[in-house]
Design a protein around this ligand. Structure first.
Ligand SMILES: [Zn+2]
Ligand SMILES: [Zn+2]
Length: 244
């Protein structure tokens, strides 16, 4: 790791993370709407004040989580390896699959618990989500996701490039899941390996019907847990049909 990061003043680090998170939120909104407009020329851009305010609160929570992770790293509690080796790919898949599994289980539990209404229903207000809705979560949920992430990298020393790749993938899948249109190619669900990767329709269905599709990056755990929407393939093709 570059030496200056070890001695970077915390206040300066906080504002760097704030800027970074602002870039992520504006990037998701900008790129998301760009993709929507390219695929569907009639796409309507409307973001309510509630969505802006909540996304801003989530942005602030994410900044504090990044800052907490940085302080833990400066204090030697969280460590990363920095070698350019197969560990980058290995750690990337470990982080992706472990987070996918843990979030799948927690997501499934919250849908069937007393916490659904006070916590998760907040995100489910949007049956046709927009990219910004990735950040429209109850503050508790945003905080819990961040803590879960910090716990994982606290216990598992992983490669820093794998961490960066995972965080980028997390944002990209979050944006894709809230497009309400289908940018993935028509053949996607016909290819054995590819169909395990979540499409936009996959999470769109979850917003329409909270009984199915609890995964975030892969459809693996929904297939194993028998919670994959039975009409996933039909809905996917229907969404593609709408765009032609
Ligand atoms: Zn969602
Ligand atoms: Zn849900």
């Amino acid at each position: 790791m570059p030496e200056f990061l070890h001695t970077l003043p915390p206040v300066l680090a906080f504002f760097i993370f704030l800027a970074e998170n602002m870039l992520i939120v504006s990037g998701v909104i900008g790129l998301g709407y760009f993709i929507q407009k390219r695929i569907d020329k009639n796409a309507v851009f409307f973001i309510s004040t509630k969505e802006y305010v909540t996304a801003f609160i989530t942005l602030f929570i994410n900044t504090w989580i990044t800052f907490a992770g940085f302080l833990l790293w400066q204090g030697g509690f969280i460590r990363f390896t920095t070698d350019f080796s197969f560990r980058i790919l290995l750690d990337f898949f470990i982080l992706l699959l472990v987070m996918d599994l843990v979030m799948y289980v927690l997501h499934l539990i919250i849908h069937h618990s007393v916490f659904y209404k006070p916590v998760h229903a907040f995100h489910h207000v949007y049956e046709k989500p927009s990219p910004i809705d990735l950040f429209v979560l109850s503050p508790f949920e945003a905080f819990a996701f961040g803590v879960l992430w910090l716990i994982l990298i606290f216990f598992y020393t992983c490669n820093i490039y794998a961490v960066i790749a995972y965080l980028v993938t997390n944002v990209v899948f979050g944006m894709l899941g809230h497009l309400s249109i289908e940018p993935f190619p028509r053949y996607w669900l016909r290819i054995p390996g590819l169909k395990l990767i979540c499409t936009s329709t996959f999470h769109y269905i979850h917003h329409q019907n909270g009984n199915y599709n609890f995964g975030f990056y892969t459809t693996i755990w929904d297939r194993i847990g028998n919670t994959l929407a039975p009409d996933y393939k039909e809905q996917f093709l229907k969404n593609k049909e709408k765009q032609t």
